[in-house]
Design a binder for this molecule. Sequence first.
Ligand code: FDA
Length: 393
Amino acid sequence: MMPDRCDVVVIGAGAAGMMAAARAGQRGRATVLLDHAPEPGRKILISGGGRCNFTHLDASAERFLSENRHFARSALAGYTPRDFLALVERHRIAWHEKTPGQLFCDNSARDIVAMLQAECDAAGVACHWPVSVSVVTVEHGRGTRFRVVTDRGAMACASVVLATGGLAIPKLGATDFALRTARQFGLGIVETAPALVPLTDANADASLAGVSLSARASIGKIGFADGLVFTHRGLSGPAILQISSYWRQDDIMLDLLPGRDAFAALREARSARPRAQAASVLHGLVPARLAAKLAGELALPDVTAGNLPDRVLRVIAQRLSAFVYRPGGTEGYAKAEVMRGGIDTRDLDQKTLEARNVPGLFCVGEAVDVTGWLGGYNFQWAWASGHAAGMAA
Ligand code: FDA
């Protein structure tokens, strides 16, 4: 049975909501945690290929996108990757560092959900799911400010934590509840869009699907060197997912030989196999299927590699290291790892995540206009913002 009144109602039992509820409960606040899904932490369960990349040790504010670049600093400093790691170790969860700073569970993302559930249980949090929340209204009374209306009855409470996440992966239960409720209370919304998402283009060549290589994708000064994968509809892979968060119809510069001088590499290839056909200068530099495609596109002259003039090598080098890619769109929320934009940070207190003009209303996690890079940053923001709100709600 759900109580008809409590101190704190946390709506959304994902990463941020479970952390917020555990913290509020630990402070002795009578806390109720609700979710409309049949189980908590569904995105945690599928994250990091089932092993949950639960944090990144270098979670500085520069690795997050927001209209207010400085907003996340306070919460991130109040609960650091080391704090979360200490919790993971206290629960004896085995973990490993994949690339520098990027931490994953050794066994299963289930360990993280079980840990958060254990924290909530130990703190006396009343967990209820599946519960559908229809609306939050204002109800001023003794010790109460809000009324949370659900399909299992209504609850009066002093604080509400909106932790229902963003719009990515609707089939896992993502909704616009946090955005809608924030708007209802007069908070601003920064325009939302799919982020960490594959890009599409009308000219995608399906015959290249599956070809992968290291590349650098950049827009202006921001760039990411990492894996790139051709898909049936465009491009994906970590370098593309990262740059997609910054993409707003701009051209993307692709360097398919990151960190190498393409012209020098082509000259070397020409010297190594002067009698081979011209296209062979590309072999070994990029995967064979892509090399064949580029050779066709560039209409290389019908001469041996040794007879290719520097002028032609420069054209090939340009194509390899400074290709202007113009996506037509993205694969959308169905394939996005996160949503960018969200509840406007100007309307929130950076230390507590409480709405400036609505005392008792807290907004955390992905619903807020703070979006991390790929690599464990989004969970770190969820833990840190959940912690901040849970300590104040
Ligand atoms: P989250 O989405 O986790 O939780 C929101 C909760 O609210 C859900 O339980 C949902 O059911 C509930 N809810 C929604 N609407 C509701 C309503 N109307 N009423 C009641 N409940 C409602 N990040 C990272 O750092 N490392 C990683 O490895 C990955 N991997 C990854 C893989 C994939 C496939 C995806 C889609 C995403 C990731 N992420 C990630 C991103 C990460 O999962 C995401 O940023 C966090 O889960 C956000 O946490 P929140 O708690 O804000 O939302």
